[in-house]
Design a protein around this ligand. Structure first.
Ligand SMILES: [Zn+2]
Length: 333
């Protein structure tokens, strides 16, 4: 063999190995977030008024990969349809039913995967698939048809009730977490930096915004989500929702088996460098006051022995926002 082609083969193998490592690193990060979301969404179903059938798997699609990596991704993961099982959460209904990682989906209940469209290079098809599955009837077995190593397999999953929400990893080097009413998004940087329970605390805060319908209730108050969010009458409503999300987060953590104090540990670590000083948002309370407020709610919660533990004030989500954030905050001294 000529030296040039020998080097060529080595270089190609090294490139393939590198691509495989990147694919698996992204899969791991997706599943780390997915598992946290799965625990929070199923352990807190009693606190949610919008549910979905919880199957306990993470999906991915070929479209998510850009043109340069799509063929390599198809090969690496063995995509035989447009949507495949990226991972399965331990002890989940999907695992019990015998679904496997890298099964390519054909049908989930009456959702025909081939009929769901999406634009190349986007998550449109993933989101549409997740929303269609979330809309399937509650409390009924769901038959899944999939392709596994070229063979058709059928499994029947008995779903668990789960709070209706998507959890999305943002591949970015910044620290960003957000909730839009139906989705919790968090940047991968959090997973690199914080322990699972501290990431769970950040996710639980964002998830709380959705469980408490904050987006809709802020919109009903006509607040400005843009540059003016830190000014005028907007401030009191944002502060109310921030504090309420903090307060609910400790219940979500406790029900999911995480130490509720992880929220305090998270703020003590994240607050001074990222949420203090000149970067402090006027719409958000100071992190030291958030810690004091969390401590107060954990002490109140720990007096309740019923599980799942449900805050007595949960029903306020059906009322308009009051803007009375001063009544919720405990000041740091
Ligand atoms: Zn928030």
């Amino acid at each position: 063999m000529a030296a040039a082609s020998c080097f060529g083969a080595v270089a190609a193998a090294a490139e393939a190995k590198q691509a495989a490592d990147v694919f698996e690193a992204v899969r791991k990060a997706d599943l780390d977030l997915g598992r946290i979301g799965w625990k929070l969404a199923t352990a807190n179903a009693a606190l949610c008024d919008r549910l979905e059938p919880g199957l306990g798997f993470q999906l991915h699609t070929l479209d998510q990969f850009d043109d340069s990596s799509r063929d390599a991704a198809r090969k690496h993961f063995g995509f035989a349809s447009a949507v495949a099982v990226e991972g399965i959460f331990p002890g989940s209904p999907a695992e019990r039913a015998g679904l496997h990682v890298d099964d390519s989906l054909l049908h989930v209940g009456n959702v025909d995967i081939a009929a769901i469209a999406g634009k190349s290079g986007t998550t449109q098809r993933l989101v549409a698939t997740q929303l269609a599955i979330a809309a399937l009837p509650q409390g009924q077995p769901i038959e899944i048809q999939a392709l596994r190593a070229g063979e058709m397999v059928k499994v029947v999953v008995q779903p668990l009730p789960a709070c209706r929400s998507r959890f999305e990893l943002r591949i970015a080097r910044d620290y960003n977490a957000s909730a839009d009413g139906t989705m919790v998004q968090i940047s991968a940087r959090f997973l690199d930096t914080y322990s699972e329970e501290q990431v769970a605390a950040a996710v639980a805060h964002e998830f709380s915004h959705n469980i408490l319908h904050h987006r809709e209730r802020l919109e009903a108050r006509g607040v400005d989500f843009g540059l003016l969010s830190g000014f005028g009458a907007n401030v009191k409503y944002f502060r109310e929702t921030e504090l309420r999300a903090d307060l609910l987060s400790v219940y979500l953590l406790a029900n999911a088996g995480y130490p509720p104090g992880a929220s305090i540990a998270f703020w003590r670590s994240f607050g001074p460098s990222k949420a203090g000083g000149i970067f402090r948002s006027r719409s958000h309370p100071h992190w030291r006051d958030r810690v004091a407020t969390l401590e107060g709610e954990i002490a109140r919660m720990e007096k309740l022995s019923v599980r799942p533990v449900i805050p007595v004030w949960l029903g306020e989500r059906d009322q308009p926002l009051t803007g009375e954030w001063q009544a919720l905050i405990v000041r740091h001294r």
